[in-house]
Design a binder for this molecule. Structure first.
Ligand SMILES: CC(C)(COP(=O)(O)OP(=O)(O)OC[C@H]1O[C@@H](n2cnc3c(N)ncnc32)[C@H](O)[C@@H]1OP(=O)(O)O)[C@@H](O)C(=O)NCCC(=O)NCCS
Length: 235
């Protein structure tokens, strides 16, 4: 239920006109049939009905999800949720929290988004610079991405990734790579590239998305923080 409220809240906050605010990513986030139908009907007819439905469905909309940049206060929550999210992931080496912290310490968290639900940080998405052996610049690595187990499969991961990609495009990035589950990332336009490889990583879990129509050709190296295996020394 949470995202319905969040989405409608966002329309109201950001829209000059609610119908104009129904862009693709927000529509995708609304997967519940009931609410999709309401929005469909609303788009078909008029603005007044939108607000009528908004007010009358408020019982479904008590909670809000906010996607925002991390602040220094979020570091502990990001660590905890990353550990919890990856704990059941068999192929994980359970070093993701160290990677995020090493990226942060290196000033290499190009984008670090959190999803906040009722004041609690429940999701996180990191983006950092990478290098490609052909010299192509302005490509980035997406991940780790995590959502607290109790909040998974409610569209939060998707919202974080869409926002992360939007941020990259906004800074004129040329593309993005990641290592991830084959069934998940194709939803965002990622593909297994013929032209790119990441040493030691099977092709079917290595993904790339070009924002400029052209795929570079070479070997991808993620930031050195991805080799972090333990917490950074204090101090
Ligand atoms: C992967 C993860 C970030 C997804 O976040 P989420 O909030 O659960 O995902 P969403 O609800 O946004 O799911 C979006 C879509 O992907 C699907 N999906 C979610 N998790 C999936 C998975 N592990 N495998 C395949 N599909 C998945 C959902 O069913 C949904 O499909 P739909 O668009 O057809 O409805 C989250 O499950 C997680 O933290 N997993 C553990 C850590 C991890 O594996 N991170 C990714 C590697 S860096």
């Amino acid at each position: 239920m949470a995202l319905k409220g969040a989405d409608v809240h966002e329309y109201r906050r950001s829209a000059q006109h609610p119908v104009q605010a129904l862009n693709l990513s927000t529509l995708i986030q609304i997967s519940d049939t009931f609410f999709s139908e309401i929005l469909y009907v609303t788009v078909q007819y008029c603005e007044e009905s939108f607000w009528f439905i908004y007010e009358n469905c408020s019982e479904f909309m008590h909670s809000t999800i906010v996607i925002r940049d991390e602040t220094p206060d979020d570091a502990g929550a990001i660590r905890a949720l990353t550990i919890a999210a990856f704990e059941p992931v068999v192929i994980s080496q359970h070093t993701e929290q160290y990677i995020i912290e090493a990226l942060r310490a290196a000033g290499a968290l190009t984008v670090s988004l959190v999803a906040e639900f009722d004041g609690q940080v429940v999701g996180h998405c990191a983006i950092s610079p990478l290098t490609i052996s052909d010299g192509t610049r302005d490509w980035f690595g997406l991940g780790p991405v995590s959502v607290l187990p109790a909040y998974q499969r409610q569209g939060i991961g998707k919202a974080l990734i869409f926002e992360g990609l939007a941020r990259l495009k906004g800074m004129d990035a040329k593309g993005c790579c990641l290592v991830g589950h084959p069934d998940y990332y194709t939803k965002f336009g990622f593909m297994n590239p013929e032209e790119l490889m990441h040493e030691g990583v099977p092709k079917e879990v290595f993904f790339a998305l070009s924002f400029v129509g052209m795929m570079p050709n070479g070997n991808v190296t993620f930031h050195s923080a991805f080799s972090a295996k333990e917490a950074l020394a204090e101090g």
